[in-house]
Design a binder for this molecule. Structure first.
Ligand code: PLP
Length: 376
């Protein structure tokens, strides 16, 4: 079988993990955590960042940092992963879901203003497939209404909006290094802090609500409980793994983008014949080769294509089940309808895309898709 995903190991992970172990300090905020932070600041240009155990953790930190209180409203797309919403629900927020564009699963920026009330505190955007949301429009709305913007950039490493790295445009940005993402550490994530007002408190929340980091820098003479917080920081073993990946960022990205382009070129002819749709990337956005999808005509056709691929040794998957249609949300909310979002939930099919996907396997996948539509 050709799997849907295969985590790529660069070969240097065990070397750095061994080094972390030999250094004798493997808890959080150690040698490799610092090396990763420095990499992100120097190579990608993040102003300030903190590794976390997951993107879910980074989103939860964002919820604490912007002081979400019960009753606050947070606007976000429904077409996303549960963590985008859960992080704010945990703090008592009411989630207000917005629809996607008709030709792009990202939040339709033109719908946001109509959802703002006196209780709205933040807009959380998700750069689906690593493709940027319309950030200028979204930041203008947020500034006019004094709202926070959090970028769920879980899928968006090495991707850009008008040349600016995603995760650096909103007040806070969150990344994932889960093994399904481009750069991985098994489980892992990062909070990027773009607004300096959050610098000090972010570090305290990260260190379980203590000023431990300031204490070790000699800035305070006691190490005490000063705020709420949790254990958001990953072990230095995880950071050592991540560092091996970061050193290979260019190589990994170049391969993934090549694979993405080969899918696109290989399937373009069928799109031109109107058999399905391929991803459309707005002029302001870049492609980081995170995931490749096609849009089938309807859910029934998608199911048949998944079966056709599986019978021929290829795993392909769909997502997301829109959050506004999920059992947890529907318990308390009546029939919200978000047409575009539901359309993507029914029609979007993801094809295997991973660093070690061989050319002949990718050609096999492309030919299977072509043969499926040719037989019709
Ligand atoms: C993967 C993902 C997450 C969760 O990341 P974890 O690191 O697994 O917590 C959140 N949001 C989006 C959009 C994702 O794709």
């Amino acid at each position: 079988m050709i799997p849907f995903n295969k985590p790529y190991m660069t070969g240097d992970e065990l070397y750095y993990i061994k080094d972390a172990v030999l250094r004798g300090k493997i808890s959080g905020n150690g040698y490799y955590t610092q090396k990763c932070h420095n990499f992100f600041k120097e190579v990608i240009g993040f102003r300030n960042c903190l590794l976390t155990s997951s993107c879910t953790d980074a989103l939860e930190m964002a919820g604490i940092l912007i002081d979400i209180k019960p009753g606050d409203e947070v606007i976000m797309p429904s077409y996303t992963f549960v963590s985008t919403a859960n992080a704010f629900v945990l703090r008592g927020a009411k989630i207000v879901f917005a629809d996607s564009y008709s030709d792009n699963p990202n939040i339709d920026a033109n719908l946001i203003e109509g959802l703002i009330t006196s209780k709205t505190k933040a807009i959380v955007v998700v750069h689906y497939a690593g493709v940027a949301c319309d950030m200028d429009t979204i930041m203008d709305i947020a500034n006019n209404h004094k709202l926070f913007v959090i970028e769920d950039a879980a899928q968006a490493i090495d991707s850009y909006y008008k040349g600016r790295p995603l995760g650096t445009i909103g007040h806070l940005g969150t990344f994932s290094f889960h093994e399904t993402k481009n750069i991985i550490s098994g489980e892992g994530g990062m909070l990027v802090i773009n607004d300096e007002r959050f610098d000090k408190r972010a570090e305290i929340i990260w260190e379980k609500g203590t000023n431990r980091s300031a204490f070790f820098r000699g800035e305070v003479d006691k190490y005490s409980w000063v705020d709420v917080g949790s254990s958001f920081l990953p072990s230095d073993v995880t950071a050592a793994f991540l560092f091996a990946q970061l050193e290979n960022l260019k190589k990994i990205q170049s391969r993934r983008k090549t694979l993405w382009n080969q899918y696109y070129e290989g399937l373009k002819k069928l799109e031109n014949e109107g058999l399905f749709e391929l991803p459309s990337i707005p002029a302001y956005a870049s492609c980081n080769g995170h995931l490749f999808y096609i849009l089938c005509k309807h859910v029934e056709e998608r199911s048949r294509l998944i079966t056709h691929l599986k019978e021929n040794g290829v795993y392909a998957v769909f997502h997301y089940v829109s959050l506004h249609k999920s059992p947890f949300y529907e318990l308390e909310n009546d029939n919200l309808e978000l047409d575009n979002c539901e359309m993507f939930s029914e029609r979007l099919l993801r094809l295997p895309l991973y660093y070690e996907l061989h050319m002949e396997d990718q050609n096999k996948i492309i030919n299977l898709v072509i043969s499926f539509f040719d037989e019709k």
